[in-house]
Design a protein around this ligand. Structure first.
Ligand code: CIZ
Ligand code: SF4
Length: 303
């Protein structure tokens, strides 16, 4: 505690010195979310990165999110507390594989979930997040859609929109861990609770949801609901904002495995250190960034 207090004081000094803003994803450790200037999901954080007038963005999240910030704010320095914070789902699609699929379906539009590398975004017509995926797909005038990399979100969006989609076989190791059996057991334990679930979970689990939505949508739903108890089917870090918004409600995560180890690689100590040393910095080759930016900017324009 004493050490954290000192770290927080040092952080405030460094933030002023560097004119830095700290953006934290909802899946980050509490000690990071507590000191962030802005908390959000990947959509809100991308928007914030594009708008900020700070000189330095400290992006507390996983690597692809830092890349998106750098792409949208190319003249700013983007720091990440630990560059080993990757995303296994983002790594499940590669450029060669995607190019092959595009060659097989020359008329298809490529829609890429923001959980992907800059190189993949550079091969993409439009990006989306779980918050706007349905709207993005509906905004497209295309016979066929190539969707990468999340098969679970892809399936959900296909069901919602009725579009013909060619869906890549990627998934999130964390959300995909949640099973029907887990939810059945939790419902038996908390019969009064509503089950809120992220569409990165398996389709059969998503089908059990009283509410299905992105992290931000889940937060808003729980804040406004009259119910007192919730079973939560998304990453455990979300508990910080859920409890902050509704201190008198109960939130039970659907399993203890809903923890993304990559998100937890960052901590307060590394956050302070990266602002002190100004590294590691996110670098995206300009040629890749220019192509990827178009697909991200198109996403930000969909309302
Ligand atoms: O699983 C993730 O990494 C999510 C849901 C990110 C985000 O904020 O969209
Ligand atoms: Fe990637 Fe899943 Fe972690 Fe999100 S929660 S960063 S999709 S591994």
């Amino acid at each position: 505690q004493e050490q954290n207090r000192e770290l927080r004081i040092r952080l405030e000094e460094l933030k002023k010195e560097r004119n830095a803003i700290i953006l934290a994803h909802y899946y980050q450790r509490d000690e990071i979310q507590e000191v962030a200037d802005f908390r959000g999901d990947s959509f809100l954080l991308a928007q914030k990165a594009a708008e900020t007038d700070a000189d330095v963005i400290v992006f507390c999240g996983v690597h692809f999110m830092g890349e998106s910030a750098k792409i949208l704010a190319p003249n700013k320095i983007v720091l990440i507390p630990d560059e080993r914070a990757g995303c296994p789902m983002a790594d499940m699609v590669n450029v060669d594989g995607l190019r092959k699929l595009k060659a097989q379906h020359p008329n298809a539009k490529v829609v890429t979930y923001i959980n992907s590398s800059a190189e993949i975004k550079a091969e993409t017509d439009i990006c989306c997040t779980s918050a706007n995926a349905v709207r993005v797909i509906e905004s497209l005038d295309a016979e066929e859609i190539i969707w990468v990399p999340d098969k679970n979100l892809g399936q959900y969006v296909q069901d919602q929109t009725g579009k013909k989609m060619i869906i890549w076989e990627g998934y999130c190791n964390t959300h995909d861990m949640l099973t029907v059996k887990d939810v059945v057991e939790m419902r038996a334990k908390y019969p009064e609770a509503e089950f809120v679930v992220h569409p990165e979970c398996r389709p059969e689990v998503v089908a059990m949801g009283d509410f299905v939505g992105s992290t931000t949508a889940i937060l808003e739903y729980c804040r406004k609901s009259n119910r007192r108890q919730f079973i939560v089917g998304t990453e455990d870090g979300t508990g910080y904002q859920l409890r902050l918004d509704s201190p008198d409600k109960e939130f039970h995560f659907a399993t203890k495995f809903l923890v993304c180890p990559n998100m937890k690689v960052n901590n307060l100590k590394k956050l302070v250190k990266c602002l002190e040393t100004m590294k590691p910095q996110i670098y995206v080759p300009p040629a890749v960034a220019d192509k990827a930016r178009t697909s991200l900017e198109r996403m930000l324009q969909v309302r």
